[in-house]
Design a protein around this ligand. Structure first.
Ligand code: DAT
Ligand code: MG
Length: 151
């Protein structure tokens, strides 16, 4: 499905460190297409919904506190296989285990400062896109480069 979509967040550490452009660049160069991008200071309520699967875990409170500590850049990227491939581009959750060449493997050291979020399944992608964006914020458009990217 060339219209597969995923939610990518540049977390507060990534924004503060000036890595937003680097992260956008990697998705653009891979051939994925942005269909929504915004910078916002997320509310605690939004983050609690976003991370609801982790509620009750020992790192949950720190995770939510860190995630609301500064602006984040929320994005929806589209293209064939984008959900699984974005996860590969991000690298392992623990940057110490992330391969060089991945975003975390090249730009992070600590699990609690791992720079980016990416949806981990089709179901999560749909849920997270709906959580972070209103429908009218997600733009359908045809890239002139599309025929050079998808067969
Ligand atoms: P991912 O962000 O790779 O999808 P996840 O969904 O398991 O990883 O966890 C969400 C975030 O929570 C992760 O990016 C960083 C934090 N986190 C996960 N496991 C952790 C741990 N054991 N200690 C501290 N923070 C953790
Ligand atoms: Mg996750």
């Amino acid at each position: 499905d060339i219209h597969e979509r995923t939610l990518i967040l540049v977390k507060p550490d990534g924004v503060a460190r000036g890595l937003t452009g680097e992260i956008i660049k990697r998705f653009e160069h891979r051939g994925y297409k942005p269909v929504a991008i915004k910078l916002l200071l997320p509310t605690k309520a939004l983050l609690e919904q976003h991370y609801e699967e982790h509620k009750g875990k020992k790192f949950y409170d720190a995770l939510v506190a860190f995630s609301e500590s500064g602006p984040v850049v929320a994005m929806v990227w589209e293209g064939f296989g984008v959900i699984a491939n974005a996860r590969k581009m991000l690298g392992a959750t623990d940057p110490a285990k992330a391969e060089p060449g991945t975003i975390r493997g090249d730009h992070a050291i600590a699990t609690g400062r791992n720079v980016v979020h990416g949806s981990d399944s089709e179901k999560a992608a749909k849920r997270e896109i709906d959580l972070w964006f209103r429908p009218e914020e997600v733009t359908r458009w045809t890239s002139a480069a599309g025929k050079w990217i998808h067969e």
